[in-house]
Design a protein around this ligand. Structure first.
Ligand SMILES: Nc1ncnc2c1ncn2[C@@H]1O[C@H](COP(=O)(O)OP(=O)(O)OP(=O)(O)O)[C@@H](O)[C@H]1O
Ligand SMILES: [Mg+2]
Length: 254
């Protein structure tokens, strides 16, 4: 594990809802340390594809390979534990905890370890290190100055970055974000996307972004997949996608 070119790969992945083929033999490849974008009109199957990869839904065919391991059909908590984290469209941190506390609870800690727990010295040291680590993460996403804010005071875009922080705290290697800039004003959207870009450049982490606002998001993508009616209709680097007549068609037809 850890040496393959792709952090995520699907082979002929299929997901059906009754007669509807929501994911139709999709072969997705997400390279390590990249931002891979998934776009397509409403109902194209983007969320279903990600849900089928992360165990929220069970596939009807095909394979999901994550970090060199076949994770097809794994339950969500096992996919999560293996380092593939999906943050949902609506971020759900602990509203009354501070930004810092929200990251701390996501960091691994041995507080519940019955052997270590009574040994106060070990525990304090670990806590100190966790606070340090949490601050490092918050700094990377631009939330360090808000460390003592309760989560409910954050704006929509900041909440999404808090979700990313929490995913990073768990040691995520691939973070799937469903519309990270949905409902965020353009200036802050650029801020979010440049933070994400910096993360993939500095950490061993990759991103799979589902995005609707392609005018803003496309320049940040390393590679793009376009879906329509369950199938991948185009893939390539942003410039190829922008000029692809099939892509232009589905967006005009929307
Ligand atoms: N749980 C479900 N049961 C039945 N049909 C579903 C279910 N979830 C999604 N679908 C259908 O599967 C298709 C793909 O939906 P999906 O939500 O994956 O699209 P999407 O690309 O994420 O769209 P959007 O951009 O609106 O979020 C749609 O036709 C949708 O109605
Ligand atoms: Mg969706």
């Amino acid at each position: 594990m850890g040496s393959e070119k792709y952090i995520l790969q699907t082979d002929d992945l299929v997901k059906r809802f009754g007669g509807l083929v929501a994911v139709d033999h999709v072969n997705l490849r997400v390279k390590r340390n990249t931002i891979t974008m998934l776009m397509g009109p409403n109902g194209a199957g983007k969320s279903t594809l990600v849900n089928t990869c992360t165990g929220v839904l069970k596939p009807d065919g095909g394979k999901v390979i994550f970090d060199g391991q076949d994770i097809t059909g794994w339950p969500p908590h096992e996919v999560y534990r293996s380092g593939f984290v999906r943050t949902f469209q609506i971020p759900l941190p602990f509203q009354f905890l501070t930004v810092l506390e929200n990251v701390l609870v996501a960091l691994p800690n041995s507080g519940e370890n019955p052997i270590k727990a009574p040994i106060r010295g070990l525990w304090d040291k670990e806590e100190e290190e966790n606070v340090k680590r949490a601050f490092e993460i918050l700094k990377m996403v631009g939330l360090d100055t808000h460390w003592n804010w309760q989560a409910f005071r954050l704006g929509g875009g900041q909440l999404k970055m808090l979700e990313v922080s929490r995913a990073l705290a768990t040691g995520a290697k691939l973070i799937a974000l469903d519309e990270p800039i949905g409902g965020v004003d353009p200036a802050y959207a650029d801020n979010i996307l440049s933070n994400i870009r910096r993360l993939k450049e500095t950490l061993d982490v990759s991103f799979l972004l589902i995005e609707h606002r392609i005018d803003i998001a496309l320049p940040y993508a390393d590679y793009v997949y376009v879906m329509d009616r369950g199938a991948v209709i185009a893939e390539g680097i942003p410039d190829e996608i922008k000029n692809n007549p099939k892509v232009i068609d589905v967006y005009i037809g929307e």
